[in-house]
Ligand binder design. Sequence first.
Ligand code: GLY
Length: 366
Amino acid sequence: MPEVHLKLPHHQYVIHVRAGLLAELGALVRAVVPHDRAAILADQQVLPRHGQAAKQSLEQAGYSVVVQSVAAGENHKNLQAVAALYGTLVEHHMERKSPIFALGGGVIGDTAGFVAATYLRGVPFVQVPTTLLAMVDASVGGKVGVNLPQGKNLVGAFHQPQLVAIDTDTLRTLPAREFRGGLAECVKHGVIRDEQLFNWIDDHLDAILALDSASLVELVRWNVRIKANVVMADEKETGERAHLNFGHTFGHAIEAVQTYGASDGYSHGEAVALGMVAATRLAVNARRCDASVLDRLIRLLDRLSLPTSAKNLPPTDALLASMQLDKKVASGKVRLILPDRMGAVSIVGDTPASAIVAAWNSLRTS
Ligand code: GLY
């Protein structure tokens, strides 16, 4: 299977997906962004595991490398972290052509990417995602940014990377709960675009959960190809890129109300799993799609040990209020992504509040 090429009118890049790719990182990058120095901004938990391999590979390719550890977690994705990183880059004389690497999950990719988008009005950026969530979603497509105290991702930019380098071996050290959370986004891609992918995940779940090397490469490549196709059709989210938000309007509300990063709360992937169930049930109730889509979705999420109902969901009025604050609300209306059938969704902007309330309440178990 070939590598994935993401082609935009102003820029194109390759998303490499292989087991053991970190060892080739320097050679791959040298061909695209040659320079004498580089900065690796690395998640502090990922640095001890993969920092040395990335640094060594870049040094062998002739870069002098600065490595900066960055605090992990959504509550560190903020402008204070960005300011500290600018300081590191200035101190080490990073220039307009010095590439910046994001090594870690979505938080580090978004933060380092925002730094790369703005430092010296923009420098080359390379994504090296090490979580499944970042591999199949956040690292592809150029969305970068940080949170404000008032809400998630309220400051940001589109800054496409020069290259995305995905080493599927890094998934071997990922905590199981995070891996399953990433699988929620893979299931999402199946529902919004590709019934075959949905069925393939179902058929190969044992191999995927056993971290079979070939299955991981195929899973990530397939999902990256779907994400890249959506971004190529609509880079700036004026239309179909919003399909990627399937399950996220409900999911973000859960995350926001329980406050981001709460250690005892739902993870992003878990909140998205609940959100996909709520959105699909709403679509079934509105007779927009067949009930079999909901049954298949719940069955697969159950097999993944992702939540499909909730005992301890926050109060519905708080969840509804949070949905209204979501930055994807247009002219005061909540826009939902609802399935038409397995593999196809629509953007729906006129859902009555009563239907949304019913969808929230249907998630509750006593
Ligand atoms: N994660 C949604 C997007 O990239 O548009």
